[in-house]
Design a protein around this ligand. Structure first.
Ligand SMILES: Cc1cc2nc3c(=O)[nH]c(=O)nc-3n(C[C@H](O)[C@H](O)[C@H](O)COP(=O)(O)OP(=O)(O)OC[C@H]3O[C@@H](n4cnc5c(N)ncnc54)[C@H](O)[C@@H]3O)c2cc1C
Length: 466
């Protein structure tokens, strides 16, 4: 649960959406629907088993449709099919009417006769989380067909084999590969902290319905050969010792291999379906339009070797920078078609750190647990500031004449970028929404002012009304 987003010390009640959990096809409206209380796994399984359809949404099974879809929603099929909001055609939302003092359920879409409702629908395609009302149901006039075939492969490198030059070479080549790879493919480069012992690449390749198994295998084999030979030439690969960092999927049960594992799409989904125990964590994000400049590589290398004071090295084994491939179909959508403006990036970065202790929810942290939290937060915040030192400590495109960085992802909210409490929320919202925040003729601040003039829906980084 996100502090000051869905919960803070003054919270009296939390709306439990979990009973709104249907997924299906409505013959009257002739559209698919996903209720806001669903979790990703329910959505994937129902669409796939019932209709052979899917969404290009996130990989973690427990993420809720409520925030995930309206915040953008991307995943391993997004290079092939775009963002989830690119497919959204309608939203059922309960808004609060400040004049009549009444809540009202309305269906908003591109086809709404009221221009203000069309604007609201635009804003819900990327910025809906806790800003305009309570979303009950998402609608999709059409959905992508689920792929027939999928293959996964994993390459890993021992940190002990990685000189700084080899590390830089891998990052450089990775950017080159993702910029050129087929849209059916997606990769996650997991730059784990040195405490994990290895870094690694997970590569998924799917083929559209209608592709024969033989054609699929042939294409994937060629791609796998290319990856092994080009990346392996920079630094020798090693068998994977344990699941790669972040939210471990089922890599432990499926043999992770440098050779392609051929799977059904459902098995691929399950394999990369991040799971594991509940724990504390902190994310930061960055979009990248080009490969890593040398100063960023040096900062990344340095911070992946750094153990913050107050924690044991082993406590950093789950900390990483994950570099996802991006682009493809996502980048064929205009920056103003939805309110997600980042439509020319080739990579999306997730800085992640996780920690565990036996503290009790709702109770103050012990001094030791507090020190552990501060050590992890200090590490990730200093790591990030060092990578973006040339652009003011954040991936701010307005301060980047080289055109490398392109802001941050709203669905990885980071209060360090700015917040209402600190008086600098505009900085964060500019990084998330660029010109769609307040500069473009259709902009989020104007839409918020129209639909929620009293700022009824408010959180640490909610849209301001002026
Ligand atoms: C483990 C993990 C993995 C993730 N993986 C991905 C990924 O692969 N791809 C990706 O795009 N994102 C990913 N995310 C980010 C995820 O999309 C966001 O955290 C998302 O906001 C979660 O939505 P939720 O409803 O589960 O969360 P909550 O914490 O309940 O809500 C998040 C925000 O959305 C608002 N909100 C929730 N429900 C509604 C509703 N019905 N109406 C209006 N506002 C609502 C809340 O008020 C809050 O501001 C991941 C997050 C986690 C924790």
């Amino acid at each position: 649960m996100l502090r000051d987003f869905v919960y803070n010390d003054g919270t009296r009640a939390v709306i439990d959406m979990s009973a709104l959990n249907q997924v299906g096809f409505d013959p009257v409206r002739k559209a698919w629907f996903v209720d806001a209380g669903c979790e990703n796994w329910t959505v994937y399984r129902t669409l796939l088993n019932g209709f052979g359809k899917t969404l290009p949404a996130g990989s973690c099974y427990s993420v809720g449709a409520g925030g995930h879809i309206t915040g953008g929603g991307y995943g391993l099929l997004s290079r092939l099919h775009g963002l989830t909001v690119d497919h959204l055609t309608g939203v059922d939302i309960v808004t609060w009417d400040a004049l009549s003092r009444q809540a009202r359920l309305r269906h908003v879409s591109e086809a709404s006769s009221d221009g203000a409702e069309r604007d609201l629908f635009w804003a819900l395609r990327g910025a809906g989380c806790g800003n305009f009302g309570v979303i009950a149901r998402y609608w999709f006039a059409d959905l992508p067909d689920a792929p027939d075939h999928a293959a996964l492969l994993t390459l890993a490198w021992n940190w002990s084999d990685l000189t700084e030059d080899r590390f830089a070479g891998l990052l450089h080549l990775y950017a080159e590969i993702v910029a050129a790879m087929p849209e059916s493919d997606f990769s996650l480069l997991k730059l784990n902290h040195v405490a994990a012992g290895q870094i690694g690449l997970i590569y998924q390749s799917v083929s559209p319905p209608g592709t024969t198994a033989a054609d699929h295998r042939l294409r994937v084999a060629g791609q796998a050969r290319m990856l092994r030979s080009r990346l392996g030439a920079i630094a020798p690969t090693s068998p994977l010792l344990r699941p790669l960092g972040g939210h471990p999927g089922m890599m432990t049960t499926l043999p992770a291999s440098e050779n392609e594992n051929h799977l059904t799409y459902l098995e691929a989904l399950q394999t990369l379906n991040g799971s594991g125990p509940n724990q504390f964590g902190k994310y930061k994000s960055a979009y990248m339009k080009k490969g890593f400049p040398a100063d960023q590589v040096a900062a990344i290398h340095h911070w992946l070797q750094t153990v913050p004071e107050g924690v044991a090295a082993s406590d950093m084994a789950q900390s990483l920078l994950q570099v996802d491939s991006y682009g493809g179909r996502i980048n064929r959508v205009s920056p103003t078609a939805t309110c997600v403006p980042q439509r020319s990036s080739i990579m999306k970065l997730q800085y992640q750190t996780y920690w565990n202790n036996d503290s009790t929810a709702g109770m103050p942290l012990s001094p030791a647990d507090r020190a552990q939290e501060e050590a992890h937060l200090g590490w990730i915040n200093r790591f990030y500031a060092a990578v973006y030192v040339r652009t003011g400590g954040t991936p701010d495109p307005a301060r980047d004449p080289s055109g490398t960085v392109d802001g941050c992802y709203f669905n990885y909210p980071d209060v360090e970028l700015g917040s209402h409490a600190r008086g600098d929320v505009d900085h964060a919202l500019r990084l998330y929404f660029l010109e769609n925040f307040r500069d473009n003729p259709r902009n989020l601040v104007a839409i918020k002012r129209h639909w929620d003039p009293e700022d009824y829906f408010h959180h640490a980084q909610s849209l301001p009304v002026r």
